[in-house]
Design a protein around this ligand. Structure first.
Ligand code: GLP
Length: 246
């Protein structure tokens, strides 16, 4: 189904959805061996990442010229905290692929200079010629990364105060109750400038936000709606997340 510019695909299962997501990622790195990939964290892409790693290893795909950046991070949460985005990406992607440090660039959650940390991320992306594929989930409030409702449409890397929904739901990633107030994130302009944008959602809890994303007008009050303005965007969802569309 073609909706504005979004290629929407509805899958029978999370497994099928994840296989398709992994296949899209594999195709990007096969077509561009020095691709820059930007990766979200969260529960949604876990299986896609596992299948991506498996395919890279079993098919002996050379990713030694690729680079990976993180989509976002909880400001102030150290990378050794198992709830941090950094920990997640090492656990699910970077360690299994045995990627060296020079192929990875993540937000510094402990920075004392937020502006400089954001500028370094933007510079890394610009020097690599932009992001070839960005994988995102959808927050329950429609956030992309930590572009919360009301984010600046023209933003690149920036720091944003987290909404209460994000603070509450975000606790699911942490072993113990953790103070999370701000996120450091790729901006909405960075999302829009990425050559391919793959947004993933699964499970019935995401059905309402998926419906709003597709039905509401494009607006920063629901950042996920920007997927409809992106010229190379894909929305892969399972049938539970699609239940309000059918
Ligand atoms: C978190 C992550 C995002 C992720 C989103 C959805 O805020 N930092 O990168 O896309 O929430 O997460 P989940 O897949 O767990 O629903």
């Amino acid at each position: 189904m073609k909706l504005l510019t979004v290629e929407l695909k509805i899958f029978n299962s999370y497994k099928n959805q994840s296989e398709a997501a992994a296949a899209l990622m594999v195709n990007v790195v096969l077509n561009k061996p020095d691709a820059l990939c930007c990766l979200a964290t969260g529960d949604t892409p876990k299986l896609a990442y596992r299948l991506f790693v498996e395919r890279i290893k079993t098919e002996k795909i050379d990713v030694s010229n690729c680079a990976f950046v993180g989509l976002d991070e909880w400001l102030g949460v150290p990378p050794k905290n198992s709830g941090s985005c950094s920990y997640y990406l090492y656990e699910h992607v970077f360690n299994p692929l045995q990627l060296p440090f020079n192929q990875i660039f993540l937000f510094d959650a402990l920075t004392e200079n937020e502006a400089s940390s954001c500028a370094k991320m933007d510079m890394f992306i610009n020097l690599r010629g932009g992001i070839d594929v960005m994988i995102t989930g959808i927050g329950m409030n429609g956030h992309i990364g930590f572009n919360e409702p009301g984010t600046d449409e023209y933003s690149h890397a920036h720091v944003m105060a987290l909404h209460n929904t994000t603070k509450t739901i975000g606790q699911k990633y942490f072993a113990t109750k953790t103070a999370i107030h701000k996120g450091i994130t790729q901006g909405l302009a960075t999302v829009m400038e990425s050559k391919k944008l793959l947004m993933l959602a699964n499970g019935k809890a995401k059905a309402q936000i998926v419906q709003k994303t597709l039905e509401e007008p494009v607006s920063v009050s629901l950042p996920s709606t920007f997927i409809k303005k992106h010229p190379g965007s894909y929305l892969f969802i399972d049938k539970e997340a699609a239940q309000n569309l059918l």
